[in-house]
Design a protein around this ligand. Structure first.
Ligand code: PEP
Ligand code: MG
Length: 841
């Protein structure tokens, strides 16, 4: 055989074999040869060879089998570029025929020889001759006559004797595997796993080691860590008198590898073979720089290595493995950082449904906040609180949520809504609380008044029934599957330290309450990038004062309400500043879309009438007067600040007084004040003038100095376009990509969930733009705003504080356009830190 021919290559340490031309398995086997491990003779067929084979161009079989010698049986296994793309099943024992069978009886015994022949007849019939696999059903495969019967059945069905010639058998196997790969269903399946349409398949032809016959013979798999936990442990199975993975998986009586209470082990039965295997596995780990599962065969006490595959692992195991390899100096810190998918960290940060647990999926929606929780379903916030008081986990089910539901959300273990998308109220609040949440679950029927939830298959769930919300993938499950707890172990912390040493873009957190701020600090956020002050008023007594302020008809009433809000705000800010210990805190002035703060039903209105000591009809009239056709584009943000300036005056005063109070016994504070929903420079001029006046007043009253930074949220397209006018009045811009996406697309944040999946499925949008920043459209506005802003004000600090701040793709974009930091929900901070680090490597 011509060695190293482009299509057929004998696998040797120096042969020209690459993952991109021969696939991952061929490359791995070459590495094992380089380590001088006992690997049986192997020949690799390139992607080109297999492609030509599928179109009928048979390789030179005599040349292919030349390196194996005359009496060798062979096996063929697939070798795709990425093992996850799958491939046809391996076929073993190619070359067996009457003569070799007779010879094998002499060397390994009749039982083993019969089994080898029988297995090959079955595989050949099904995969090469494409005969009905049921045709052997009537044969007792363990009976003494099984082989003769199988040969007869084959001859009947195929209308020809079973092929006796190695070249015919091998050619048939190779062709069938090549064609299986090119088939439409295999193609669609691998494309769904991310393979390109023209992904190639390599094949490896290897000398068989039987694992059957005299002496200790068998096959097994072995690895040095646990794929679920990542902890070092020798794991695997070994089945005496068996061939290949499939036999092992089916084998009921397999031996465990190490001595334990479960039964006999390979370690006891064959201490020498066991010791060899461990040292081979350790060498593989060291030199292949990866945790591998080793497939091996023992033949008459001698060990052979057939293959090595990267072990499947959970996210927590991936972190432990990467950190352990880096700590042992096997890989670099940078490589460890690159080996963990940032989003996979969610699995460590939140409880998850055990991937091995059975899932009874009753519906699905938008995965709005990761993690999973089970509980009894409740349909009102009062019922959620009652559940919490009883110490019972509950799932809050609502059509959508509003500030009235926030206490219920605090009391619940998870939230499920019929409406909404990734930036709707329920989603934003749940992410802040670290609560699993699925929104926009319109495949389920919500009858909240009747307290019923109907699954797509017609099953009806009532209040008190147990469901599980999987906010990581957006599924709603019936019952309580087994969970895996969150684990922030030493390996996670170490990986994060390396990430922080590596990245060059800042990561802050969006935090509205002291609890959020503590989470942000624990996840090592470099400050608060967005404190939505209206979210500080979700607790009932505060909500009432807030509503009183919104409801006030005249300046006198409003002043009274604001006077009550001032000390509450001041105390909140002092606490936030103290928790953040001198790190920057960016406080956004009120931006309450009014509809979120008004009662939505009669009970709510009655409660409000009682709290405000007003007749119900007055409350109804006022709500009517305040209601807007399109509240997200109505009296929000700076528009409220301009028309009712006392509100921002109060907030500025609370911020400045808190700055002085917190700086007294803590780190000095330089607060950042941010104006929302700006679209014209005059808005900034007006608000800035009043804030400067409040600052001057507080300095005079207190006789103390302080400084602050003032900036705007760039979240309307006009603010981005007119950034050059606005920037001279600002120290910073923070891009609010939630509203900017909403307004650029003309797409409601709260309603888009209803049709988003149809849009994504049909390729209208590549992804949900509220989830992954639309780099082409919204991104262009970001880039424009950043460039124009910096042109007018070179020291302008730039950041993003929309939900995109936590998405790895969006962080890459932000870094590219020169942002100083991103800000995201506290629980997304670690994901952002790792994603940011990967961008620099
Ligand atoms: C935004 O619009 O991107 C933003 C961060 O503000 P909010 O989500 O509060 O509107
Ligand atoms: Mg906004």
């Amino acid at each position: 055989m011509q060695k190293n021919s482009p299509f057929i290559t004998l696998v040797t340490p120096d042969a020209p074999i690459a993952v991109q031309t021969h696939g991952g398995r061929a490359k791995c086997l070459q590495r094992l040869f380089r380590l001088d491990l006992p690997v049986p003779t192997t020949v690799a067929l390139s992607f080109d060879a297999v492609h030509r084979l599928a179109s009928g161009d048979m390789p030179d079989i005599p040349r292919l089998i030349e390196p194996f010698g005359d009496d060798q049986l062979l096996c063929v296994r697939p070798s795709s570029e990425d093992p996850d793309w799958g491939g046809p099943r391996a076929i073993l024992n190619i070359g067996i025929n009457h003569d070799r069978h007779a010879a094998l009886i002499g060397s390994i015994g009749k039982e083993a020889a019969d089994e080898i022949y029988l297995r090959f007849i079955q595989a050949y019939s099904e995969h090469v001759a494409r005969l009905d696999p049921d045709m052997f059903d009537d044969i007792d495969l363990s009976g003494p006559d099984a082989l003769r019967a199988a040969l007869e059945v084959y001859e009947d069905e195929a209308e020809e004797p079973f092929p006796q010639d190695m070249a015919t058998q091998l050619g048939g196997v190779l062709r069938s595997m090549a064609r299986a790969w090119e088939g439409t269903s295999a193609r669609l399946l691998r494309m769904a796993k991310g393979a390109p349409a023209d992904a190639g398949l390599g094949l490896v032809v290897q000398a068989m080691v039987f694992g059957l016959g005299r002496g200790e013979s068998g096959s097994g798999v072995l690895q040095l860590v646990d794929g679920d936990t990542g902890m070092p442990v020798i794991k695997g199975r070994y089945l005496t008198q068996s061939q290949g993975r499939e036999a092992l998986e089916a084998g009921a009586k397999s031996l465990f590898l190490t001595c334990d209470s479960r039964g006999p082990s390979l370690e006891e039965a064959q201490p020498e073979a066991f010791a060899n295997l461990i040292s081979h596995a350790q060498l593989m780990r060291q030199k292949l720089r990866e945790e591998m599962q080793m497939e091996f065969t023992v033949q008459d006490g001698e060990v052979y290595i057939l293959d090595g595959v990267r072990i499947q692992r959970s996210a927590r195991a991936a972190v432990r493995i990467a950190v352990a390899l880096a700590e042992e100096g096997i890989i670099s810190h940078e490589e460890a950082l690159m080996r963990v998918e940032p989003r996979a960290l969610n699995e460590l940060l939140h409880r998850q449904v055990n991937p091995n647990a059975k899932r009874d999926v009753i519906g699905a929606g938008v995965a709005a906040s990761p993690g999973a929780a089970s509980g009894r379903i409740v349909f009102t916030e009062a019922a959620a609180q009652a559940s919490a008081a009883r110490g019972e986990a509950c799932i809050l089910v609502r059509r959508q949520t509003s500030p009235e539901d926030v206490r219920g959300m605090h009391a619940a273990a998870a939230v499920l809504t019929e409406r909404g998308g990734v930036t709707s109220h329920a989603a934003v609040i749940a992410r802040g609380l670290g609560l699993p949440c699925v929104v926009g679950a319109s495949s389920l029927r919500f009858q909240t008044k009747q307290r019923l939830l109907t699954a797509r298959d017609g099953r009806v769930f009532r209040e008190g029934d147990i469901l599980t919300i999987d906010g990581t993938n957006g599924e709603v499950l019936s019952g309580e599957p087994e969970m895996l707890e969150a684990t922030l172990d030493g390996a996670f912390k170490q990986l994060m330290i390396w990430a922080d040493e590596t990245r060059d873009i800042g990561v802050r957190a969006n935090a509205d309450t002291p609890a959020d701020a503590k989470t942000a600090r624990n996840f090592k956020a470099q400050g608060i990038g967005l404190c939505r002050t209206e979210h500080m008023f979700f607790e009932e007594d505060r909500l009432t004062v807030m509503r009183e302020m919104i409801f006030a008809d005249d300046p006198e009433d409003r002043r009274a309400a604001l006077e009550r809000l001032l000390p509450i705000q001041r105390a909140d800010f002092v606490e936030l500043f103290k928790i953040m210990g001198g790190k920057p805190v960016c406080i956004r002035l009120f931006d309450p879309p009014l509809h979120e703060f008004l009662p939505s039903n009669r009970t709510g209105m009655r409660d409000l009438a009682e709290a405000l000591d007003l007749p119900l009809s007055d409350v109804e009239r006022r709500i009517e007067a305040l209601s807007e056709y399109n509240p997200m584009l109505g009296m929000r943000g700076v528009r409220l600040g301009i028309t009712v300036p006392e509100i921002y005056d109060m907030q500025a005063r609370a911020i400045f007084e808190a700055t002085l109070d917190a700086s007294k016994d803590g780190a000095p504070v330089v607060p950042e004040i941010m104006i929302p929903l700006v679209s014209a420079k005059r808005e900034v001029e007006l608000v800035k003038k009043r804030i400067d006046a409040v600052a001057a007043a507080v300095r005079t009253e207190r006789g103390e100095a302080f400084s602050f930074r003032l900036g705007v949220m760039v979240e309307t397209p006009r603010a981005a376009l007119r950034a050059e006018d606005i920037a001279p009045h600002c120290d910073f811009f923070s891009f609010g990509t939630n509203d900017l996406t909403q307004m650029t697309y003309g797409l409601s944040r709260d309603d888009a969930g209803r049709f988003m999946s149809a849009y994504v499925q049909q390729g209208v949008y590549p992804e949900d733009p509220f989830h992954t920043l639309d780099a082409e459209g919204v991104g262009e506005l970001l880039e424009l705003g950043a460039t124009r802003g910096r042109a007018a004000q070179p020291n302008l600090t730039l950041s993003v504080c929309g939900e995109h701040g936590g998405s790895p793709e969006s962080i890459a974009f932000c870094r590219k356009v020169g942002m100083d930091y991103v800000s995201c929900s506290p629980f997304r901070v670690p994901v952002a830190r790792l994603a940011a680090a990967q961008l620099t490597i």
